[in-house]
Design a protein around this ligand. Structure first.
Ligand code: MLC
Ligand code: AMP
Length: 505
C-alpha cells in the first residue's frame, strides 16, 4: 500500500461520506464526499498546470476551505505544499520563491500585481490568485475538470511539504516534511488526545503553520471528525461556536484573550472536552486562571516545524502547569549538553528528538542539516529542557536566539540586519520582552545618530517585514552591554527593559 499521507487519511474517513468534515461559521457544511471530490479537482488542475510529483506549489492566501482542499490535492498527486504566512512582504517572498523554485505560486488577488515581478524573477511558471472565499483562476480551472481519483504512490520518506523557518543566521531554511511525518504525527495525536468521529474541533488558527495546518486538520482527517472552520481568531466568534464544539487548539494568546472575555465561563465551556495549547509557553498563571474559570485544565503540548508534535501532557493523568508532558508514542527525547553528552533527570540541557515525526532535513542545505543532527539520528531542537523525575518534560528556555510573539517565531538576527542597514543606525540588538497579550513582544535597542526617532525607525522596516516581526518599541542607548568576549548580553537588556509592556497592563 502507498504511504501517501492522503491515502492514509482517506482510509480513515467515515464509512458514511455524507458526514461533515468542515462547518462554516454561518452553518454551511462540506461533507467528506465533497472533500474527496474538490481535492481531486484541484489535483487535476495542478496536473493540467504541469505539476508532477516533487514539484513545489507555493501558497500565500487567506484561510478558506478551498485552501485546505488544495493542500489535500497537492498531497494526492505527490506535489510539495509550501504554505506562506499572509503577513510576509515581497522581500521575504522573493527569498522563498528563489530558494524553493515552485512551479505554481498562488496569491491573494490584491497582491497579484505586486508579486508578479517577484514570481517572474524566480522563474515561477504559473501565477494564480485565490480570494478569501476560495475563488479565482485556479478554482475556475479545477471546477472545469473531472476530479482525479488515483493517489500518487509515495514512500514514507517522500516530500509532502516545505515549511520555512527562520534561523539564527537570519537566513530562512525550508524544513522538508515527509508523508511519513504527517501521517505518524496525526495518528499519534488522535490516539493520545482521544479524538472520536463525533468530535467537533473549533478551528481558529491560521493554516500556514504546523499548528493550524497539520496538528488541527490532519488529526481531524484521521479521525473522520468535523471542524468548525473560523477565518481567524476572534474571542466573540469563538464563544459563539463553543456550544457546538468539543475541542479547541490554540496558542497561549487565544486563552489569554478568552479569559479577558466576561462571557468565557464554566457554562460556556460545558460542552468542551479538550483545550490544547502550544507553539509558545503557556504561563502557569493562565493555566490556573483557566481552571478556576472553567473547571478544565488546558492540555499543553510542545512541538516545532521540524518535528511536528514532540511531547504532550497526558489526557487522563495529571496535566502539570509549566510542563509539556511526555514524548508522543514512538518519539524519543533526551537532554544533552552542547557536546552531545546525555544528561540525567532534573539536569538542564538542550532537548534532542528522534522518531517518525522528525523532518528529512533543510531544503538544499546539507551542511546545515548535518550540523543539527547527532550521528545517531537525534535532531537538536535548540530548546533548553529538563526532564523531571516523573518523566515530565519542562521547556526552560532557548539555546537559540528566538522570540515567540503570539505563537509566531521571530529571529532577532533578521531584524538586526535590516536595522543595521538603516541610515544613522550604528548597531542594534533585538530582544523579546514579556507582553501580556503576545507573551513576548519584539523590541529593538539601537545605537545611532541623535536625530533618529522611534516612529521613523519602525516605519522604515514596516514595509519589508511581516507585521509580527516589526519592533513594537525602539529604545536608543549609547552603548550595548557586552561580555568579556564582546558579545551583546541580551539578558541584561531584557532585564533593563522588562517592564516596558507590563507597566500599562
Ligand atoms: C498580529 N500582530 C502581532 C501578532 N499578530 N504582533 C505580534 N505578534 C503577533 N503574533 C500585530 C498586528 O499586525 C497589529 O499590528 C497588532 O499586532 C494587533 O493585531 P491584532 O488584531 O490584535 O492581531 P490578531 O489579528 O488578533 O492576531 C493575533 C493572533 C495571531 C494571536 C490571533 O497572531 C495568531 O493567530 N497567532 C497564531 C500563530 C500560530 O498559528 N502559530 C503556530 C506556529 S506553529 P499593526 O501594527 O499592524 O496594527 C509552531 C509549532 C507548534 O509554532 O508547536 O505549534
Ligand atoms: P516553530 O519553529 O514555529 O515551529 O516553533 C517551534 C518553537 O516553539 C519550539 O522550538 C519552541 O521553542 C516553541 N514551542 C512550541 N510549543 C511550546 C510550548 N508548549 N512551550 C514552550 N515553547 C514551545
Amino acid at each position: 500500500m502507498t504511504e501517501n499521507a492522503f491515502a492514509i487519511f482517506k482510509h480513515r474517513f467515515p464509512g458514511d461520506l455524507t458526514r461533515p468534515f468542515l462547518i462554516r461559521p454561518e452553518g454551511a457544511e462540506t461533507s467528506y464526499a465533497s472533500l474527496i471530490e474538490t481535492a481531486g479537482r484541484y489535483a487535476a488542475a495542478l496536473r493540467q498546470l504541469g505539476v508532477t510529483k516533487g514539484d513545489r506549489v507555493a501558497v500565500q492566501v487567506e484561510k478558506s476551505p478551498n485552501a485546505v482542499f488544495l493542500y489535500l490535492g497537492c498531497l494526492q498527486i505527490g506535489a510539495v505544499y509550501l504554505p506562506l504566512n499572509t503577513a510576509y512582504k515581497a522581500d521575504e517572498i522573493a527569498y522563498f520563491l528563489g530558494d524553493a523554485e515552485p512551479r505554481v505560486f498562488l496569491v491573494r488577488p490584491e497582491t497579484l500585481d505586486s508579486l508578479r515581478p517577484v514570481a517572474e524573477a524566480a522563474g515561477v511558471a504559473e501565477l494564480h490568485a485565490m480570494d478569501a472565499e476560495g475563488g479565482g483562476s485556479l478554482t475556475d480551472l479545477a471546477e472545469s475538470l473531472a476530479p482525479i481519483t488515483e493517489i500518487a504512490d509515495c514512500e514514507t520518506d517522500d516530500l509532502a511539504a516545505i515549511l520555512y523557518t527562520s534561523g539564527t543566521t537570519g537566513r530562512s531554511k525550508g524544513a522538508m516534511i515527509t508523508h511519513g511525518n504527517l501521517s505518524s504525527n496525526a495518528l499519534a495525536l488522535q490516539e493520545i488526545w482521544r479524538f472520536q468521529p463525533d468530535d467537533v474541533l473549533l478551528h481558529a488558527l491560521p493554516v500556514f503553520h504546523v499548528h493550524g495546518l497539520f496538528v488541527a486538520i490532519n488529526t481531524t482527517l484521521v479521525t473522520g471528525s468535523a471542524m468548525i472552520f473560523l477565518p481567524r481568531f476572534d474571542a466573540d466568534e469563538v464563544l459563539h461556536h463553543l456550544p457546538r464544539a468539543t475541542a479547541m487548539m490554540g496558542v497561549p494568546t487565544f486563552y489569554v484573550r478568552l479569559l479577558k472575555h466576561p462571557g468565557f465561563t464554566r457554562e460556556a465551556t460545558a460542552h468542551m472536552r479538550l483545550f490544547v495549547a502550544g507553539s509558545a509557553p503557556l504561563l502557569a498563571q493562565t493555566f490556573e486562571e483557566f481552571e478556576e474559570r472553567t473547571g478544565q485544565r488546558i492540555l499543553e503540548r510542545y512541538g516545532m516545524t521540524e518535528a511536528g508534535m514532540i511531547t504532550s501532557n497526558p489526557y487522563d493523568e495529571e496535566r502539570r502547569a509549566g510542563t509539556v508532558g511526555f514524548p508522543l508514542p514512538d518519539v524519543e527525547v533526551r537532554v544533552a549538553d552542547e557536546d552531545g553528552r546525555i544528561l540525567g533527570q532534573e539536569e538542564v540541557g538542550v532537548l534532542e528528538v528522534r522518531g517518525p515525526n522528525v523532518f528529512k532535513g533543510y531544503w538544499r542545505m546539507p551542511e546545515k542539516t548535518a550540523s543539527e543532527f547527532r550521528a545517531d539520528g537525534f535532531f537538536i531542537t535548540g530548546d533548553m529542557a529538563m526532564i523531571d523525575n516523573r518523566g515530565y518534560v519542562h521547556i526552560v528556555g532557548r539555546a537559540k536566539d528566538l522570540v515567540i510573539s503570539g505563537g509566531y517565531n521571530v529571529y532577532p538576527k533578521e531584524i538586526e540586519v535590516l536595522l543595521d542597514g538603516l541610515e544613522g543606525v550604528r548597531e542594534s540588538a533585538v530582544i523579546g520582552l514579556p507582553h501580556p497579550d503576545f507573551g513576548e513582544a519584539v523590541t529593538a535597542v539601537v545605537i545611532g545618530d541623535s536625530s533618529l526617532e522611534e516612529d521613523a525607525v519602525i516605519a522604515a522596516v514596516k514595509d519589508r517585514l511581516a507585521n509580527f516581526k516589526v519592533p513594537k518599541r525602539v529604545f536608543f542607548v549609547d552603548e550595548l552591554p557586552r561580555n568579556a568576549m564582546g558579545k551583546v548580553q541580551k539578558n541584561a537588556l531584557r532585564e533593563t527593559f522588562k517592564q516596558t509592556f507590563l507597566a500599562a497592563s
